[in-house]
Design a binder for this molecule. Structure first.
Ligand code: FES
Ligand SMILES: [Fe+2]
Length: 389
């Protein structure tokens, strides 16, 4: 159970809020590269309560600027993307990817105004088909090079979920809660006659283990299930990567669930899927990782259809409330992972408030060649067995 004040501290993401300042210390996934095309080289992005415009100029450089123009606040989303920047649709001021003002068409040529104004902009980088942004204070840490973004022995796809209408922390707490898979996913699907889809998770859970992980280049909470019954198995486990990722086996895939806190009550989720091939050999990769939108998680009448894991999870997350009231919860032993995550979160908030780096940032390139994290392989094995049967 958390007090109202602590709940606010852990959940709010705007500028100057404790969790918002913490989250700004980590590179955030703001878009899939495939969302920007030569025909539509700009995208509205809302991240951590900030309204921004992402664009790719004619030379292929990405820029992420505040949506409201620094002249008189019209939206740059309606701007014209040019070879070297984005031009405001109102009076034509032009800004480059770093926010420098390149042109003010109706100001005197000798005016110093151009040198004095700047459109607020954040650093962006493309890696693995994702666009990443850093909204925190300089100097930015290194952008983590997760193995799934880099390896070539398989196929990558990005799925973007419909925006989830709740606070980011509910989604992360769900990822620290490994027993929810039995009823929410497996039992639901089995009752709908889709027992194959839930088979892995429809086994008696005998034990749950949780471990705080502190590596030189990431921190998180590792969860492990011990299954009993006639298909007993002890998982190797898989981790929540602090602060807002989950790395999880999912049938034959390895999926990095990237959760961008849009604002206090909305979260954008990128399901970044890597499917290893069978021979482990590198294969040619497309220039841009394919990306698709996940179909709605609710029926037309606004009721969750409950036909997919994503619909189940969204039901659980959103029905907890826009920012769930943790003053009314009663945690049990299965919630030990949530307690660990909350402790991690509070400690890292404290570090930022003390003027220190939170844990898990990388500032040494030697630690960032490639970040490998092992996950359970049982789901892949079972997916193959079911496919053969
Ligand atoms: S408001 Fe953007 S140029 Fe005037
Ligand atoms: Fe789930």
């Amino acid at each position: 159970m958390l007090s109202y004040d602590i709940n606010q501290t852990l959940t709010r993401v705007g500028h100057g809020t404790p969790a918002g300042e913490l989250l700004r210390r980590y590179w955030q996934p703001v878009a899939a590269e495939a969302e920007l095309t030569p025909e539509t080289p700009k995208l509205r992005v809302r991240a951590l309560c900030e309204d921004l415009v992402l664009f790719r100029d004619g030379q292929g450089r990405f820029g992420l600027v505040e949506e409201q123009c620094c002249h008189r606040s019209a939206s740059l989303f309606y701007g014209f993307v040019e070879d070297d920047g984005i031009r405001c649709p109102y009076h034509g001021w032009k800004f480059d990817a770093a926010g420098a003002c390149l042109d003010q068409p109706f100001e005197p040529k000798v005016s110093p105004l151009k040198e004095h104004v700047r459109q607020h902009a954040y650093p962006v980088q493309a890696l693995g088909g994702m666009i990443w942004a850093y909204l925190g204070p300089a100097p930015a840490p290194l952008l983590p090079r997760w193995e799934q973004l880099l390896r070539a022995d398989g196929e990558r796809r990005i799925f973007i979920l419909p925006v989830i209408e709740c606070n980011w922390l509910q989604i992360m707490e769900n990822s620290c809660d490994p027993c929810h898979t039995y009823y929410l996913h497996a039992h639901t699907l089995t009752l709908k006659g889709k027992d194959r889809a839930g088979a892995y998770h429809y086994r008696p859970i005998e034990k749950l283990n949780f471990e705080l992980v502190e590596e030189p280049n990431w921190i998180g909470v590792r969860k492990q299930r011990v299954y009993g019954g006639d298909q007993a198995e002890e998982e190797d486990g898989h981790p929540v990567i602090f602060p807002n990722f989950l790395l999880s086996p999912q049938r034959e895939h390895i999926v990095m669930h990237m959760r961008l806190p849009v604002d206090d009550t909305h979260t954008k989720i990128f399901r970044y899927q890597f499917t290893p091939n069978n021979d482990g050999q590198d294969e040619p990769q497309p220039n841009i990782v394919p990306c698709e939108q996940v179909l709605p998680l609710k029926n037309e009448d606004g009721v969750y259809h409950m036909n997919s894991f994503a619909s189940h999870d969204a039901m659980a997350w959103e029905t907890q409330g826009p920012i769930t009231d943790r003053g009314r919860e009663n945690l049990g032993t299965t919630d030990a992972g949530i307690a660990l995550y909350r402790r991690l979160l509070r400690e890292q908030i404290q570090r930022v408030q003390n003027g220190e780096d939170p844990k898990g940032l990388i500032r040494d390139a030697a630690l960032n060649d490639v970040i490998r994290i092992e996950v359970s392989t049982g789901q892949r094995r079972m997916a193959r067995e079911i496919a053969k049967a």
